[in-house]
Design a protein around this ligand. Structure first.
Ligand code: FES
Length: 102
């Protein structure tokens, strides 16, 4: 899948991958603002991204452990996700993810 990240520096980066999580893909590609400090176990929120409303609906609501973690983040919106919980697959092809501010 090919996805677009809007980094914390407001740069548009297109990256491509076919396995792992979206957080891993972002870290491998040096996407500014995605740190993945907890290694993808949903306990740090340093992989917080905003999605487009339509795309968000397509993926379905996050698991409870993810929404609980998001609630602790001051910058949470209704289209927030932790991208370590999003698998890289054809489902997310063409989607845009905006890195949330810290
Ligand atoms: Fe820590 Fe996603 S990498 S919550």
């Amino acid at each position: 899948a090919k996805v677009i990240f809007i980094t914390q520096a407001n740069e548009r980066e297109e990256v491509e991958g076919d396995s792992g999580s979206l957080m891993e893909l972002a870290v491998q590609n040096g996407i500014y603002g995605i740190d993945g400090d907890c290694g993808g176990v949903c306990s740090c929120a340093t992989c917080h991204v905003y999605m487009e409303a339509d795309d968000y609906a397509k993926l379905g609501a996050p698991e409870e452990v993810e929404s609980d973690m998001l609630e602790l983040d001051d910058n949470v919106t209704e289209y927030s996700r932790l991208c370590c919980q999003i698998p890289v697959s054809d489902e997310i092809d063409g989607m845009t993810f905006t890195v949330a501010p810290k």
